[in-house]
Design a protein around this ligand. Structure first.
Ligand SMILES: [Zn+2]
Length: 406
């Protein structure tokens, strides 16, 4: 679309937490937003001036969403396992049996459905994990998803998901790292394994050599004795790894002692590790023993944020053995986390978990609203962030220009 050098779009609200240079936004503060006439320069947001009139229709501008953690290889398989259920181990076994159906076309059809959902939900960026097998060579799903990454309208990052004990074998780890192209991540799951330090050392060295971010599934359990997270933080501090590190789950942080929490959170902050909580899968699989529902299986999000650890939210499993319901919609993950994780208003800081902070953790420019092109923004029929997160309709922000020029 051709864009004018300067354009004024009247009557818009934007979340204060999604602006870096607030001094250029002269509107009326309304709760966690500022309302006024938006100033664009060649399609980019450069400021705001006060509106002559009060807001007539709710219109809230926000960054396109980032889905930092999901599983496109597994999604939409639940119809083939109507009697699944149980805890994490039961889900792993059920999903393993389902892999008998994972032909190239089956994976492509399901993953494309997941991508279409994410795009419809307003995502511009998405990271999917891909289950690795016993062999170091990539599974069929890796090839299929790499093809989809080249074709997709959104930025699709992939991260291999092998056990950290497999990564302790240097040949296995090097073979996996070699097939991860630039723009993707090197990943593994860590859950009480026996060779965690060796596996981590191999991964940190390979990620540094190949210039790849790191991504872990770690401590997906309420057992307070399981603490792979601190081993990851120790390795990051020891090696001074300077790429992004994203750790998913970190559930056992919810059951460790306050002293342990403070010690681990301090290391996470110093190592600049980001934690992504996955509320759907965590609530479904964790806390089933002895009577369900027991404890919530969520990492302490608010306390981590207060300790200076960046936090994100992800959709994780969507309609598979690990979570029989769900959707690829980061705003839904945020809505659920507000309830399950006690994330209090003002809500703008939590919107960062699926926008700016999520992009940073994935090794991308954060794209706050100021300076962003309308192509990278969304507009919602919402008066504030509570309204947006509670399901308000939204669409590409480029529609604003079309409406304005009509
Ligand atoms: Zn996951």
């Amino acid at each position: 679309m051709e864009t004018q050098a300067i354009a004024i779009l009247p009557d818009i609200s934007i979340p204060l937490d999604l602006i870096h240079r607030r001094e250029q936004f002269h509107g009326t503060s309304v709760n966690d937003c500022v309302h006024g006439d938006l100033i664009l320069s060649r399609g980019r947001v450069v400021g705001m001036r006060p509106s002559a009139a009060a807001q007539t229709a709710p219109r809230l501008l926000f960054p396109a969403l980032t889905e930092p953690h999901c599983h496109l290889d597994k999604c939409h398989t639940i119809s083939r396992m109507p009697h699944s259920g149980g805890d994490l181990l039961a889900a792993i076994e059920a999903q393993m049996r389902d892999k008998a159906y994972w032909s190239e076309s089956d994976i492509r059809t399901r993953a494309q459905r997941g991508l279409d959902e994410a795009i419809a939900a307003g995502c511009h960026t998405l990271r999917s994990h891909v289950d690795w097998g016993h062999e170091a060579t990539p599974p069929t799903a890796w090839h299929v998803l790499l093809e989809l990454a080249q074709e997709s309208a959104l930025t699709l990052q992939l991260s291999p998901l092998a056990g950290i004990d497999q990564m302790a074998d240097p040949t296995f780890a090097a073979t996996v790292a070699r097939v991860v192209p630039d723009g993707h991540a090197l990943g593994a799951f860590v859950l009480g394994h026996t060779q965690i330090p060796t596996g981590l050392r191999n991964m940190f060295a390979l990620a540094a050599d190949h210039g790849l971010p790191l991504d872990f599934h770690v401590d997906e359990t309420l057992d307070p004795k399981i603490n792979g997270l601190e081993a990851i933080a120790d390795m990051a501090l020891e090696t001074r790894f300077d790429g992004p590190i994203l750790c998913g789950h970190a559930v056992s942080l919810a059951t460790c002692t306050p002293d342990e929490f403070r010690r681990i959170a301090d290391k996470l902050a110093r190592a600049r590790i980001t934690i992504v909580a996955l509320p759907t899968t965590n609530l479904y699989l964790q806390g089933r023993d002895p009577h369900t529902p027991g404890l919530r299986g969520l990492t302490p999000l608010d306390a981590l944020a207060a300790a200076g650890v960046p936090i994100l939210l992800g959709s994780d499993n969507v309609r598979d053995a690990f979570c029989p319901v769900g959707r690829h919609d980061p705003l839904y993950a945020l809505e659920l986390a507000i309830l399950a994780g006690h994330l209090d208003p003002p809500l703008g800081r939590w919107l960062r978990t699926i926008t700016t902070d999520a992009r940073t953790a994935l090794g991308m420019n954060p794209t706050p609203i100021d300076g962003a092109h309308l192509n990278d923004l969304r507009i919602a029929d919402a008066s504030d962030l509570s309204h947006l997160i509670s399901g308000a309709a939204h669409r590409p922000a480029t529609d604003l220009l079309k409406e304005h020029l009509q």
